[in-house]
Design a protein around this ligand. Structure first.
Ligand SMILES: *[C@@H]1O[C@H](CO)[C@@H](O)[C@H](O)[C@H]1NC(C)=O
Ligand SMILES: *[C@@H]1O[C@H](CO)[C@@H](O)[C@H](O)[C@H]1NC(C)=O
Ligand SMILES: *[C@@H]1O[C@H](CO)[C@@H](O)[C@H](O)[C@H]1NC(C)=O
Length: 461
């Protein structure tokens, strides 16, 4: 008779579900046979929940819980007056109650405790559900001491309809990722959905596709094409969210990276970067480009062929896009370093054929000459003027990574020489304050080492 379809994956939900069913049974039972109510001491042992419920039903004993204006735990064998707020604490697995009008079931957060609460229109984002389940898995706290009251009367019990609503909400908890993705893709693909609904669907998808399996599901369900297509949308929120989903789906997911490249994602992303768009859109697009290129030499060659470096050079120099500059050089720096590291690893893996193939692929990515050609030897030094340590650090690392190609230009750049000696002074002082605080290998020391290294390498003939 259990109305909940329980999936293997959600076995955790089972114990919650059983309790609800239990509560349901008790109330249903009591509707028919009003009896004197007795109070008994609730068991704190979660594992006995199921048996306790059955006993309760047989013995016709019913605990009644009188809620106060504070949240309190009540037990599976207890009934609560109609109109109470009831929530399921997914961290402790306990149901909690307090006085108030009934409102439906809702996710709640109270400090670091969280769970489900009644509202009329239960609607959870995937993120909320995941979070709640995660918390629930993290372990059970000691239940709060309960307060019981002999005087509660049957007329005040929560009606079965309300309990059914709770159970429907739990049904949603048991939705698998694949089901959720199907629902979200339908919502996104439905011509009747508003732009806002579509954006919401994308953001919930974004959460799901971080998982490797779900990234692959996105492809097999036809979602990748929908997302790539949405990059062409005229609505900036859709563009931005589509880029966000794409970036997350391809992150550390090689087979999805391949699908995205084959689906023409890179060309669309570069078009978005090359045309006037709000900075917030470009941020997400840069994220997607970076994720698409990472550890994927084929995409990197493609990026070079499509004129990606030129697109980034222009964006870097666009007035108003200063906040994107660090992100841009990070993309470039990561590509330089990736290739460098791969060739270093190669020393002891020369007989590994898949490694040979990678080396061959990276050999086709000829980024540094293009960077020189596009003026990056003089663009990167501009970032040293930034007041932010992080930005300076990225710039210094990138400058060092381009040293072999840029050394002549660096030497002829008086602004760079001046910046470096200024930074050297600043960080020497900062390192002293760091050492005063007992830090020998602090962050400022790290930056100073980069500055010193620049100064020394620039002096080499
Ligand atoms: C869109 O709405 C119309 C009218 O309400 C309905 O007939 C149609 O089936 C809906 N289409 C989709 C794809 O849900
Ligand atoms: C999106 O909707 C179209 C028709 O409206 C349908 O042909 C297509 O299969 C749908 N795509 C997905 C991934 O649901
Ligand atoms: C996307 O937009 C570009 C130009 O904005 C256009 O050339 C292209 O045909 C569009 N693609 C689709 C699938 O709409």
């Amino acid at each position: 008779m259990m109305p909940i379809h329980i999936q293997k994956k959600w076995r955790l939900g089972l114990s919650i579900a059983l309790w609800l069913v239990g509560l349901h049974l008790i109330c249903a039972h009591n509707d028919k046979s009003p009896t004197a109510l007795s109070i008994k001491e609730g068991s704190d042992d979660h594992s006995k929940g199921e048996e306790t419920l059955l006993e309760d039903e047989d013995s016709e004993d019913l605990e009644v819980f009188r809620p106060t204006d504070k949240w309190q735990t009540f037990k599976p064998g207890q009934a609560v007056p109609a109109g109470s707020h009831v929530r399921l604490n997914l961290q402790t697995g306990q149901r909690e109650v307090k006085m108030g009008e009934a409102e439906g079931l809702k996710y709640w957060r109270d400090g670091n405790r969280q769970g489900m609460m009644n509202t009329h229109n239960p609607s959870f984002t995937a993120e909320e559900l995941k979070e709640a389940l995660k918390k629930f898995k993290e372990g059970m706290d000691d239940p709060v001491e309960t307060k019981q009251d002999k005087d509660a009367v049957r007329a005040q019990f929560r009606p079965i309809e309300e309990l059914k609503k709770d159970m429907e909400a739990l049904d949603m908890l048991m939705e698998t990722d694949v089901q959720a993705m199907r629902r979200l893709l339908n919502q996104f693909n439905n011509t009747n959905s508003t732009t806002e609904e579509k954006v919401t669907a994308l953001l919930e998808l974004e959460y799901l596709v971080h998982q490797v399996d779900n990234g692959q599901n996105l492809v097999s369900m036809g979602g990748m094409q929908l997302v790539i297509h949405a990059l062409n949308s005229t609505d900036i929120h859709l563009q931005m969210s589509a880029a966000f989903v794409l970036g997350s789906a391809v992150s550390s997911n090689p087979s999805v990276q391949v699908e995205a490249i084959e689906g023409g994602a890179l060309q669309k992303l570069l078009t978005l970067l090359a045309t006037p768009r709000p900075t917030m859109v470009k941020k997400k697009v840069l994220f997607a480009v970076a994720s698409l290129l990472r550890h994927f030499p084929f995409a990197q060659s493609h990026f070079l062929k499509l004129g990606g470096v030129q697109v980034l050079s222009e964006l870097f120099q666009t007035p108003g896009a200063e906040s994107l500059r660090v992100r841009i050089i990070t993309v470039l720096y990561d590509m330089i370093i990736e290739k460098e590291l791969i060739s270093q690893v190669g020393m002891d893996l020369t007989s590994d054929s898949s490694h040979q193939e990678r080396l061959r692929q990276y050999a086709e990515v000829s980024l540094l000459p293009v960077l020189v050609e596009q003026g990056w030897c003089s663009l990167v030094p501009e970032l040293l003027a930034s007041p932010e340590h992080d930005c300076r650090e990225k710039a210094l690392r990138t400058l060092l990574a381009m040293m072999a190609q840029c050394q002549t230009q660096y030497k002829q750049n008086p602004a760079l020489t001046a910046s470096l000696s200024e930074l050297q002074k600043q960080y020497q002082e900062l390192v002293l304050t760091e050492q005063d605080l007992g830090e020998q290998d602090g962050y400022f020391g790290e930056i100073l080492a980069l500055v010193d290294s620049m100064v020394i390498k620039m002096q080499l003939v």
